[in-house]
Write a protein that binds this ligand. Structure first.
Ligand code: ZN
Length: 493
């Protein structure tokens, strides 16, 4: 079964056919860097990561571009607060670094490019000029607005008629626009007091206008929000790409506007497939920074580790709704444990003298074959990670049954099981099974920690309590739990 996707643009399930049969151009609408990432962001990240991994697994080369929005009034509103620095760019850099750290700790594959808006203002200006040339936009008081009336397909992604559509942009912009639904491609001047005050929850009288500005053919100003993704997608991929992925909340107006301005400028289809990752809900409410149910990626990783976080986020297919709660997280911890134990048991059994070359366990081998097919079918079925995980758990069940039920193991069967766990669990789902072999990294780390703890013991015995405590604190900072018992210190990662 070949890969098929639900395309938001058509509302239909479609076979996946990229422009070039061997490679895929993928753009993911990244974060506005005004705060730390939360689990809602991580949901989209982890799913686009698994899409990328699966596309590579089935043989495509993938060019993956993911932007950082580092020019935005929400970032300007954070300037001067919480020691973040007074400049928009300083706040953005702080959070870009934090977000990259989160991405690495979630084991996300690196994108080919992480373009930033502030680096692409010339491309943005060129694109706005192309839209103006085609008479799909107009200048008004130093700002440029897209004329939605000039683009007959406007509203097709979000399935809305123009006359029923809500207006865009702030109230005071209305006087400059032909249509309330027109949106800004370029905004004159810096960010105004009202916008900053609104994001800061402050009185506009105490706020100064702020944010970076750039020269343009229309005067000093800032790019509108939507135009950046069109410009960066074209700069680093092509005028027409295969896959555009983003959160469900971006369908309107962001993606609707991206399509309108891009296609108005080039006359080409901007993206063939639009995939939207549903939001993460907490007790029925959308999880976002503005609601007080903020749960950062850093908190989640500190508390439960990256594998259970991935297990949680992949437990629902990307289009399904998903609820964050203590119960669903506990379930994910338990499921990751079960998967990792299954893998460990298979490795231990295959490496034991009880594994025999001429032993053949038909049940084990048949289950492996069936579950490889089931995993593939699930991933090709619109990236159904929930069903794909079920296939891995069927495999865990078969491994456990094999090991519990006999004292002579089927070496070849176990080896196939291990490879399946590694190919799909590791390679596609992005989990990290610890290498517990004697020369593996966990083995080495264990020896090093044991060595350090012995140094601490000697320092303590010599009365150097400060040094001893310092060593223990440092080990704890590295994420190793140390417990002093009657038999000396014990630790776990
Ligand atoms: Zn975007």
């Amino acid at each position: 079964m070949a890969l098929s996707l639900t395309n938001t643009l058509t509302g239909e399930r479609e076979p996946f056919e990229p422009q070039d049969p061997d490679s895929v151009l993928l753009y993911f609408c990244g974060l506005t860097v005004n705060d730390d990432a939360h689990l809602g962001h991580a949901r989209a990240w982890v799913h686009v990561d698994v899409m990328h991994r699966w596309l590579e697994h089935v043989g495509y080369s993938v060019r993956h571009v993911e932007n950082f929005t580092d020019v935005n009034e929400k970032i300007v509103a954070r300037a001067g607060t919480a020691d973040l620095g007074d400049a928009e760019s300083a706040v953005a850099l702080h959070y870009i670094s934090s977000v990259i750290e989160d991405m690495r700790s979630l084991n996300l594959k690196r994108a080919d490019v992480y373009p930033r808006v502030s680096e692409h203002v010339p491309e943005i200006i060129d694109l706005i000029e192309a839209v103006l040339e085609g008479e799909h936009a107009y200048e008004s008081d130093g700002s440029v607005y897209f004329d939605v009336d000039s683009f007959p397909d406007y509203g097709s992604l979000s399935g809305q008629d123009l006359d029923e559509m809500e207006s865009q942009g702030p109230e005071d912009e209305r006087a400059e626009k032909r249509n309330p639904q027109d949106f800004a491609l370029w905004k004159a001047g810096p960010v105004e007091e009202e916008a900053i005050a609104q994001h800061r929850d402050a009185d506009p009288e105490h706020v100064e206008p702020g944010g970076q500005t750039w020269d343009s053919p229309w005067g000093e100003g800032r790019p509108g929000w939507h135009i950046e993704c069109s410009a960066m997608s074209m700069a680093h991929l092509d005028e027409s790409i295969d896959l555009h992925v983003g959160g469900q909340d971006l369908v309107f107006p962001h993606h609707e506007n991206e399509i309108a301005q891009s296609e108005a400028a080039t006359g080409e289809q901007f993206a063939k497939y639009w995939l939207h990752v549903n939001l993460l809900e907490t007790e029925g409410e959308k999880m976002s920074t503005s609601l007080q149910n903020f749960f950062t990626v850093k908190n989640a990783i500190d508390e439960v580790g990256p594998n259970p976080v991935r297990m949680f986020l992949l437990s629902a297919q990307y289009r399904q709704s998903q609820t964050y709660s203590q119960r669903t997280i506990d379930e994910a911890i338990e499921r990751w444990d079960r998967l990792e134990r299954g893998y460990d048991r298979a490795v231990e059994a295959a490496d034991s003298p009880d594994a025999y070359t001429k032993e053949t366990a038909h049940a084990l081998r048949q289950t492996i074959e069936e579950q490889i097919d089931a995993f593939r079918a699930a991933m090709n079925d619109d990236f159904n990670t929930r069903e794909a995980l079920s296939a891995l758990f069927e495999l865990v069940g078969a491994v456990n049954e094999h090991i519990d039920g006999r004292d002579r193991y089927d070496y070849e069967g176990l080896r196939e099981a291990i490879e399946t766990f590694e190919t799909f669990g590791n390679g596609v789902m992005g989990f990290t099974f610890a290498d517990r072999s004697p020369d593996g990294s966990v083995g080495l780390a264990e020896e090093l920690v044991a060595e350090l703890l012995e140094v601490r013991e000697r320092e303590r015995e010599a009365g150097n309590y400060e040094t001893a405590d310092g060593i223990r604190e440092r080990i704890a900072e590295l994420g190793v739990e140390v417990q002093d018992t009657d038999d000396g210190p014990e630790f776990r990662f």
